[in-house]
Design a protein around this ligand. Structure first.
Ligand code: LMR
Length: 397
């Protein structure tokens, strides 16, 4: 009955994670999946989360269904974190729903947009997170790419992106990363963002902002700047957000989808979001969002979270600097300063597919095929080894 099925080639990120776990080498290093590891190579349980968890467990709350849109307190706190006071609330409104992680937000958003606008097309950066393409194609969209990374300069291709935005058919949907671009770590400057938003407004294109790393780039407010700028400009747009990395709550699947619309359309939007959720998974799970809401809604825990987030951010910055130092020491003829200009959890190394394969096969160092590495998988214990492995595979080419 199923013999005609195509063989699934596996996911380029999650498949690599399984391969890593199956690898018996003791000194293997996982720089593939986007997970923050601490100095000891562990996925941290944040202290703020542990404290919130103890309180929640002691409260012995019943586990009925949440409403389709999720927990009201959680949704209000998401609003605060993303938008602060940027929205003109006399004219615009946010419809926010709790989702199953950031991927769930993208999926609910993609289904919602596809049923609202069946004829439109989606544009993603070249390159982007692989699953962006999968989710939007899975919802039935044609997915196109706009220029983003210029391999010659190893920088953002501002002119290329702008030209694409200016010539896009009106009503296209454009996926943007407000901070910590995945996979390149390369961000437009604020001036460039203003140019991008001017172009999108002139082309009447709808931005879909995917923010999975708020606080891992420059800080909580700086990383949300693009979102708040869109709101302040009176644009209508969508935001998918996630607490997987910033709360180290990967497996709890805590995310949100926010749709900014004119106030008189908000009820219609909210209804369609609920319908999309009902058709996908009915209603979201309780516990992860309850943890986030408890932390964000309790001033002392919120402060603790912000300091734990700052610690994660600065460890990433330190490891990036150590990587650049190590590579420069081993390969003095080459310039690695481009890695310092990237931000967030990822470094886009420029390694070829063959070099990435050699890293894995010969040295047990796992990176994504595009040459993306997760800086947060580095530690003072493994950086020298990783740099030596890089030097070996780069010397061969
Ligand atoms: C990543 O980019 O590695 C993460 O967002 C994890 C994933 O689901 O791909």
């Amino acid at each position: 009955m199923f013999e005609h099925l195509p063989r699934y080639a596996g996911d380029p990120i999650l498949g690599l994670m399984s391969e890593f776990f199956a690898d018996p080498r003791m000194d293997k290093v996982n720089l593939g999946v986007g997970i923050y590891y601490d100095e000891q190579g562990r996925v941290p349980l944040l202290d703020c989360v542990a404290q919130a968890e103890r309180t929640l467990v002691s409260e012995h709350q019943p586990r009925s269904y949440l409403p389709m849109e999720g927990e009201p307190a959680y949704r209000a706190l998401v609003h605060q974190l993303l938008f602060a006071k940027s929205l003109n609330e006399r004219q615009f409104s946010t419809s926010i729903v709790q989702t199953v992680g950031g991927s769930g937000a993208l999926k609910v958003g993609a289904d919602f947009l596809r049923s609202a606008w069946p004829g439109r097309e989606v544009w993603v950066s070249d390159p982007t997170w692989d699953n962006h393409i999968g989710i939007f194609e899975g919802a039935g969209f044609k997915v196109n790419r706009y220029p983003y990374y210029d391999p010659a300069t190893r920088a953002f291709d501002y002119e290329g992106a702008l030209t694409a935005f200016k010539s896009m058919p009106a009503q296209s949907i454009v996926l943007l990363h407000p901070c910590c671009h995945n996979p390149t770590g390369i961000q437009p400057t604020r001036e460039q963002w203003k140019g991008i938003l001017d172009a999108l407004q002139a082309s009447e294109v709808t931005p879909f902002l995917d923010i999975a790393y708020q606080g891992f780039g420059q800080g909580l407010d700086d990383d949300a700047w693009v979102i708040r700028e869109c709101a302040a400009r009176g644009m209508e747009f969508l935001v998918s957000s996630s607490f997987s990395k910033t709360f180290s709550l990967y497996g709890e699947r805590v995310g949100a989808l926010s749709v900014v619309s004119r106030i008189h359309d908000a009820e219609l939007v909210f209804g369609q979001l609920k319908l999309s959720i009902r058709r996908n998974y009915s209603s979201p799970p309780i516990f992860g969002a309850a943890l986030v809401a408890r932390v964000l809604g309790t001033p002392a825990l919120r402060q603790l979270w912000q300091s734990e987030l700052a610690t994660m951010r600065s460890r990433i910055v330190q490891m990036r600097a150590q990587l650049v130092d190590g590579l420069t020491r081993l390969m003095p003829g080459r310039d690695f300063s481009f890695l310092q200009r990237q931000e967030g959890m990822f470094a886009y190394t420029g390694l070829s597919v063959a070099q990435v394969q050699a890293l894995k096969m010969d040295h047990g160092v796992y990176a994504v095929e595009t040459g993306r590495i997760c800086i947060a998988g580095l530690s003072p214990h493994n950086t020298d080894r990783v740099c030596a492995a890089f030097a070996k595979v780069m010397d061969k080419s």
